[in-house]
Write a protein that binds this ligand. Sequence first.
Ligand code: GLN
Length: 445
Amino acid sequence: QHLLGRIERLDGELNSFITVTSDAALDAADRADAARAAGRAGALTGLPLALKDIFCTQGVKTSAGSRMLDDFVSPYDASVVEKLAAAGSVSLGKTNMDEFAMGSSNENSHYGPVKNPWDLTAVPGGSSGGSAAAVAAGLVPAAMGTDTGGSIRQPAAFCGITGLKPTYGRVSRYGMIAYASSLDQAGPMARTAEDCALLLNAIAGHDLRDSTSVARGVPDYTAELDAPLAGLKIGLPKEYFGEGLDPAVATTVHEAIEVFETLGASVREVSLPHTHYAIPAYYVIAPAEASSNLSRFDGVRFGHRCDDPKDLIDLYERTRSEGFGEEVKRRILIGTHTLSEGFFDAYYKKAQQVRRLIRQDFLDAFEQVDVLMGPASPTPAFDLGAKSDPVSMYLQDIYTIAVNLAGIPGISVPAGFVDGRPVGLQVLGTHFAEERLLNVAHRFQ
Ligand code: GLN
């Protein structure tokens, strides 16, 4: 009730929620009280949280930030939603996001931009901007996001919270509205690494309904949080500290790295030589997959449908013209172009080859060091409306995108402020190194 009151008072301005499910939340809270009274409480029993509006929630609108799904009420729960509910958590609602998770500022939402709670003239980052802003503003202690190219880590950095993108396959994608299926991964956004560990305990694991989820045991992610960092080998990718990085952000990140040295870690420079190709490769692969995934929104089965279609083609054309926003249309066009005959080899196939090289860069680096560290984003949160051309927005993703192409995990941890706006330190590890990332982040906090 306390948090629902805060949402009521503060979210008119922040716009971090698309849907608030007060009644269902109060019912779930009663059930949590009963579980506690019966001695059946777990770590998440009664924990209020919010879900990015990309997770299907039974009986609750699931919009993915799009006009296309403005009237879509999901008939089933995503696996992540099911698991969080089974653990006794209490969802307060669904958070705002860039349409179909395409964006880095939350300005591509059909429901309007979200404001950054630290500075209302700044963006919260994207695409999980609503989840990040809701946690930062104290509307919920934790929220779920998804990360296809940085959408958990970059908004976490911009809003001064902790956000973890797990290894691809660690968390089931079942019931998550697909953007780019080979890159999408759900993860926790919270105040601390410890909170993220508790949430990851609940959501990780194999799921028969997602063939890309990995059949591998789930450790207790809180077990190693306090492990000492003496002897930890940290690599600083030189490509993550070059041109384009705001010098004040660089200073903040270097100061954070010095803290690890005082904790007994050693630091050395490493190279990820194909970093330069990550943005072009991603912005071929992600739109290609998106153009295929978004073909299901045709006005026939669910979602928006245009009025009085003349025939089937008219139904498709007007439904999709009306239902999708500008950035989504741009990506569908890019994706269908790069997949079309005559262009496939030059773009899509080439991008997949580059993807393999990028993955190998990381694997080579992890032969030498335990973790990589660098900035989560080249700048702190920028002003609302500051990046009107798409390419300058895409360039924002330079430090986050390669991680998804490689499938490795990454965490963004608050590292300080520049001009009153938060800066995130990003820590990367090899596949399934979540325990180590949480440990490193926890010792820093
Ligand atoms: N900013 C990137 C994009 O627009 C990443 C978004 C995401 O991770 N969902 O595609």
